[in-house]
Every structure is written in structure tokens, then in C-alpha cells.
Design a protein around this ligand. Sequence first.
Ligand SMILES: [Mg+2]
Length: 307
Amino acid sequence: MTDPSLADRAVGSVLGLALGDALGAPFEFRRAREIPSPIPAFKLPWMDLPPGSTTDDTAMARNLARSMAASDGLDPEDLVGRHLAWFRSDPPDVGNLTRRVLSRVAAGTAAEDAARMVWEERGPEVSAGNGSVMYCGPLGVAYANRPVELLELAPRLSALTHWDERCRTAVLAVTLAVAALVRGEPPEGAVTAAVETVVGRPGGEELEYLVGEAGRARPIDGPDQGFCLFTAGIALQAAYEGEGFEEGLRRVVSLGGDTDTNAAAGGALLGAIAGRSGLPVAWFGRLADRDGVESEAEALVPLAARR
Ligand SMILES: [Mg+2]
């Protein structure tokens, strides 16, 4: 039988991602000074949708969770098919790079080729967006007890949409940390080990700096707010510093910038620490399609337990 505390943390991570996304959605792309304090949590609409609505971050994370449960692990082809079906359903928002890549995939190009072409066209300055790190959490959940596999699978997941090496580094760091937290390792050690593993990769030293200084010496609400290392850095910082789920996500959102995505990545980490049983009931009660997200999260538990 699966360890009930492992199941609690695995489900908490996936639900935490969705809760962070919904918390941050109404404040996306605002400067920190424009965000009210205290944050009205789950009280404001997003794109005329009710409070608690989730965005592309959760949609793509759910594609990933469903795909891994159906395919017994990461199957890039199956996942891209699900992303494409979602993209064709005309969702209310799709990230800029993801839209460019999936448009090419829809026209018949393989995902990794499309991601590389978009990266080459756009150049590294505008091609290191946070669209892969925003939804990668469930990969860390599914491979919680097989972290060595993440060294190959996490960069590969990123490269399906986000070719830049820094995006791959960000996805590897976040998924390694999620995996360690789902295993029940202490947060400070889990984050430190994840950062040490990626520090020699492109962007690794910058990520290490941002885990300390994102939102402090290095604001994350400026023109480069969608940078993948900002999202990974602030999310890992919240976990490292041992903030509670609600307190940590409120702080992440209060820093402005890509608030829904930063809080989605942070929620995957803080949700693994808190576990399903530690998530705020009032927020959960307002989460869009909470039963659907929860059942998809539960379907990952057998994968999380596998060694
Ligand atoms: Mg979003």
C-alpha cells in the first residue's frame, strides 16, 4: 500500500499548482506597487471568469498529469497531442512562445523542431519564457522516487515548447525539488540539492542568485517579468524559506509580474510541503473544477510511489 503521507504530498503539489495559478491570475503583469495589500484571495474575476478560475498554467499541468497517468509516465508524443487538442479548443489565454510553437505543431512540425525554430527566430533575449516551468510540477510528482530519470526527462519536457537551455535548467531544478518534497525531504535541503544539481548548467548560477534575491535585490515585476529563471527562483525561494502555503503564495503574488505563473510554480512546491490536508479550505472551496484536478492528482500517486 502507498504511504498515505506520500499520497498527501503528491496530491497537495498538483492542487497547490492550481491554487497558486488561481490566486495570482487576477493580478497578472501588474507592478508590485499596484497589487493591493492584503491580496483579495479568490475574490476577483479573471478575464470575466469567476474567482477561482485557473489559466493556461493549470490547463497544461492537467494535460501533463492526465498524459502521464494514461501513458504510465512521460510520453512526449501523447503530451503534445493533448496540448494541441487544448490549443485547438481556443482557450482564453495561451503563452506567447507556446502559441507560436503549437501553431507550428498544428501545421505538422514535430514539437521539438518547432520549439527550436521559434527559439532561433526570436533569439535568446525573448525566448527564455516561463511557459514550460509553469506547468512542470506534476513531472516531479510522478518521478518523486525516481529522481535520476528527471535529469533526462525534465529538460526534454521543456524542449517540447521552450528550447532555451535556461528553460530546461529551470524545469530540472523545479521538478527535482518537487520530487524531493513529495518524498518528504526537508524543504531547505530539497531546494539546496536541486540548485546544486543545476548550478553548472546554463543559467544555473543565475538561478542560484535568484533563489536568494528574486523580489529583493532583483525585482521580478519589470519588462522581463516572464523570464523562466524568475519563476523558478521565486518559487524555490518560497520553499527554501519555509513559508506556509498561504503566506508564501501571498508573498509571491505581492511581488507582481507574472503572478499566476510564479504562484503556480510556488504552489507546486509549497503544496508538496503542506500536503493535500494542509491546503487552505477556503481557497480550495473556490477552485474551478477542483474535483477534476484532485482526481487527476490522485491518479499520479502510483507513479509517485514507484521506485
Ligand atoms: Mg497563466
